[in-house]
Design a protein around this ligand. Structure first.
Ligand SMILES: Cc1cc2nc3c(=O)[nH]c(=O)nc-3n(C[C@H](O)[C@H](O)[C@H](O)COP(=O)(O)OP(=O)(O)OC[C@H]3O[C@@H](n4cnc5c(N)ncnc54)[C@H](O)[C@@H]3O)c2cc1C
Length: 378
C-alpha cells in the first residue's frame, strides 16, 4: 500500500482483516508531519457526504462506505458519531442525487426551514436534513491507525518512485498516494485542486439544539454574500468535535506548480488575518451569526483559534477519482486517488472496491459485504 492517509490505512486495514499481509509505505509520518496543504488527511472536516468528488459509480461507493460507517458506529468505533446535519441554500436547488442513501433524509417544508440554522439577514429558500455520519478526526484517524497496527499491519516511512514499484516484494501494489498518485501511475502531473480554508476554535462545547443531538450545517448564502474570484458560489459550514469547533469553508480552484506553489484563485475581500494566514472573512462572520442566531452561542469569546489550509485533489488533468488497475512488471498495480472533498466519505467504499478488483484479478470468490463487516470487529 503506498500512502498512509485515510485511503491507504482504511484499505490496508480492510485487506489485513480479510487475511492479506499488508505493509503501508508512506513518504510522510502523520504524527510528526509539518503541516502541508498537500496532505489531505490533515484537514478533513470530516463529514460523510460525497461533496466535491466525481466518479461514475459514486453512489455505490458511497453506499458501501456508509454501510461500514454504520457498522462502526454500532460497534462504537472511536470518534465515529452521527449529527443532525442541514444543507441550506438561499436559492432554490434540487435535492442531491444520492439523497436516497442518506438516513432520515427530509426536504424541509417552509415552516421547517424557519427552524433550521439560519443567518438573521439571509433568508433560506431551500434545505434538507439527514442523519449524517461524522468522523471526529482528532479521535477517528488515530484510532484507525491503531486498529491497523493492532491487526498486524506495518507502516514504513519511505518515498517511492514508479520505477521502484517492480522491485517491491509484494505482488499487489495499491497507489493511495493522492497528490503523489499521478507520478506513481506514470501520468504527467497536472493536478486539479480545490483549496479549502478551515478555522479551528478550541474549547467550544458541542453545538446542540436538543441535548442528545449535535447539529451541523452547510450554508450557501448566494453570490452576493460569498463567491470566489471567478464568481463560483461558495458555502460555509460548521462541525462540532469533542475538543474544538471546525468552521469552513472555501473551494478556490487552481493547481500547484512543480515546486508546489499555488496557482489559482486568491482569497477575495473581505478577508481576515488569523496568525500568518489570510482567509475569507465570511468563514468567520457568516458562521458566527448563524451560531449566535440558532444556538445562542457567542464563538467570538473563544480566543484559541488556528487556521488550516488544505488541498482537495480533484483528479489529475480533469476532475475525477481514479479507481483503476494496470499490470506493471508482472504486478497488479491499483490506483486510488483524486477523492476531492470526499476521501473520508469514500474510504471504505473504495477499499471494498479494491478488494473486489483483487479477487477478480486472481479469479477467486469475492467476500460479500456481511462477511467483510464481520471481519471488522474491534
Ligand atoms: C479543507 C478540507 C476539508 C475536507 N473535508 C472533508 C470531509 O468533510 N469529508 C471527506 O470525506 N473528505 C474531506 N476532505 C478530503 C479528505 O481530507 C481527503 O480526500 C483525504 O484526506 C485524502 O486522503 P488520502 O489518504 O487519499 O491522501 P493523503 O492524506 O493526502 O495521503 C497521501 C499519502 O501518500 C503518501 N505519498 C504520496 N506520494 C508518495 C510517494 N511517492 N511515496 C510514498 N508515499 C507517498 C503521503 O506521504 C501520504 O501518506 C477535505 C479536504 C480538505 C482539504
Amino acid at each position: 500500500m503506498i500512502g498512509g492517509g485515510v485511503s491507504g490505512i482504511t484499505c490496508a486495514l480492510l485487506l489485513q482483516k480479510s487475511g492479506f499481509v499488508t505493509e503501508v509505505i508512506s513518504k510522510d509520518d502523520f504524527e510528526r508531519v509539518d503541516p502541508s496543504p498537500s496532505l489531505g488527511s490533515l484537514y478533513p472536516a470530516a463529514s460523510i457526504i460525497p461533496h466535491s468528488v466525481k466518479h461514475p459509480n459514486l453512489n455505490s461507493l458511497f453506499e458501501r462506505s456508509q454501510k461500514v460507517f454504520k457498522h462502526l458506529n454500532l460497534a462504537a468505533f472511536q470518534g465515529l458519531k452521527t449529527h443532525l446535519h442541514f444543507e441550506l441554500f438561499s436559492e432554490k436547488q434540487r435535492k442531491p442525487e444520492y439523497h436516497h442513501l442518506l438516513k432520515k433524509f427530509k426536504v424541509l417544508k417552509s415552516h421547517e426551514l424557519s427552524k433550521a440554522p439560519s443567518h438573521p439577514e439571509i433568508p433560506i429558500q431551500f434545505g434538507y436534513q439527514f442523519e449524517c455520519f461524522f468522523a471526529d478526526w482528532n479521535i477517528y484517524f488515530p484510532a484507525l491507525v491503531k486498529a491497523y497496527l493492532e491487526s498486524g499491519g506495518i507502516i514504513t516511512k519511505k518515498e517511492l518512485k514508479r520505477d521502484q514499484i517492480v522491485s517491491l516484494d509484494s505482488d499487489i501494489i495499491i497507489n493511495c498516494a493522492q497528490l503523489g498518485g499521478p507520478e506513481l501511475a506514470g501520468e504527467e502531473f497536472e493536478p486539479v485542486i480545490y483549496m479549502g480554508h478551515l478555522v479551528k476554535i478550541n474549547g467550544v462545547p458541542p453545538l446542540k439544539k436538543d441535548p442528545n443531538e449535535t447539529v451541523s450545517y452547510n450554508f450557501t448564502p448566494g453570490k452576493k454574500y460569498y463567491q470566489s474570484e471567478k464568481g463560483h458560489l461558495l458555502d460555509v459550514y460548521c462541525y462540532s468535535r469533542e475538543s474544538d469547533l471546525v468552521l469552513g469553508g472555501s473551494r478556490l480552484t487552481g493547481t500547484i506548480s512543480e515546486n508546489g506553489d499555488w496557482v489559482g484563485e486568491k482569497v477575495i475581500e473581505p478577508s481576515i488575518k488569523i496568525g500568518k494566514w489570510v482567509i475569507p472573512e465570511q468563514i468567520f462572520s457568516l458562521n458566527s451569526e448563524i451560531i449566535k442566531n440558532y444556538f445562542g452561542s457567542d464563538i467570538s469569546s473563544y480566543k484559541e483559534r488556528s487556521v488550516h489550509i488544505g488541498y482537495r485533489f480533484m483528479g489529475n488533468k480533469e476532475i475525477g477519482l481514479n479507481l483503476s488497475s494496470e499490470q506493471l512488471g508482472g504486478k497488479l498495480l491499483i490506483h486510488n486517488f483524486g477523492h476531492g472533498g470526499a476521501g473520508v466519505t469514500l474510504s471504505w467504499g473504495c477499499a471494498i472496491e479494491i478488494q473486489k478488483m483483487i479477487s477478480q484479478h486472481y479469479g477467486v470468490k469475492n467476500s460479500e459485504l456481511p462477511e467483510l463487516l464481520n471481519s471488522l470487529s474491534f
